[in-house]
Design a protein around this ligand. Structure first.
Ligand code: 13P
Ligand code: SF4
Length: 303
């Protein structure tokens, strides 16, 4: 959907009426990014959920992100305008499966990627995001780590630690499809361009990249680099922010097909309706929220 001034104004009015803030992930459609109070990666949006003032958070992203905001900001109403926007990777592990794995590895710390359900976070020692996975892994006292659910991020962190990482076999259905052959073809099409990829990519793709970073880490790298051309190895929604914030730079998608369908479920009508009705609301049962909060807060407390 293209930007529609009528509905955008309606949203801005409702936002004021509700004292609401719009937190928007870097993969969201352009018209949603354009009305954001904060656009960011998972870590930045978790911090914004806590620090930004407001009674209502409209979370434009996928379910685990809104759940994390609800766990951290108990007194705010958290809305997920696209009710069915989920992360297939987060569904690749359940709390029951994690409990069994913990029984098999009682000496291991459990590090869970933020792309997990609240129930899985509640069974974990500490949470991490794509921007701090290495720091988190190195922060725990144990030498053995059960890393769930992203095997690619777990293997990426393994490159920077002497600890033994046991990765779960989950993966992102968008990033895991990116291939080294695509990197080769993109380098041929844009000789001299810098290749930036997300750590959810496969190890063979990471091996071909010049730089590996979270979505906001990629944006920062493009904006601050002296280079002019970049090949962007993550979900294509990030290109809107890159074009807005680094207008002088040329950014090419590594894969045009890297589209997260769940991230595209948000639209302006759903955002407006969520503000009108204060639905769909995301809540987490108190006992699960309390245990999951421990894992998230331990991550947020790291220097
Ligand atoms: P970031 O935290 O890097 O934005 O990643 C979120 C995500 O879902 C990547 O696929
Ligand atoms: Fe989940 Fe991948 Fe979509 Fe990110 S891009 S929300 S990890 S499916």
């Amino acid at each position: 959907m293209q930007n529609n001034p009528g509905i955008t104004e309606e949203i801005l009015g409702l936002k004021e009426e509700r004292n609401a803030i719009l937190l928007v992930h870097n993969y969201q459609p352009p018209e949603i990014q354009d009305i954001a109070d904060c656009t960011g990666d998972s870590l930045e949006l978790s911090r914004a959920a806590v620090t930004m003032k407001g009674d209502v958070i409209v979370f434009c992203g996928v379910d685990f992100m809104a759940e994390t905001a609800a766990i951290l900001s108990q007194h705010k109403t958290v809305l997920l305008p696209a009710e069915d926007a989920c992360c297939p990777m987060a569904q690749m592990i359940t709390a029951a499966e994690l409990k069994l794995a913990k029984e098999r590895h009682p000496d291991a710390a459990v590090v869970c990627y933020v792309n997990t359900s609240a129930e899985v976070k509640a069974e974990s020692d500490i949470c991490c995001t794509s921007s701090n996975a290495v720091k988190v892994v190195n922060s725990v006292p144990q030498d053995k780590i059960l890393f769930v659910p992203d095997q690619n991020l777990g293997r990426y962190a393994q490159r920077f630690t002497k600890k033994v990482i046991l990765p779960w076999e989950g993966f992102c259905i968008v990033h895991d499809r990116i291939t080294p052959a695509q990197v080769e073809a993109a380098r041929k099409a844009h000789p001299g361009a810098v290749v930036l990829v997300h750590p959810e990519c496969r190890p063979a793709v990471i091996d071909c990249a010049d730089h590996v970073a979270s979505t906001s880490g990629i944006i920062k790298e493009v904006c601050t680099s002296e280079k002019q051309e970049f090949i962007i190895g993550t979900e294509v929604g990030i290109l809107h922010r890159l074009r807005k914030e680094c207008p002088g730079k040329r950014c090419y998608p590594l894969s045009e097909g890297a589209v997260c369908r769940n991230m595209k479920k948000t639209d302006l009508i759903k955002v407006r309706d969520s503000l009108k009705t204060l639905q769909p609301r995301i809540t987490v049962p108190q006992d699960i929220a309390d245990r999951a909060r421990g894992a998230i807060e331990r991550m947020l407390a790291l220097p």
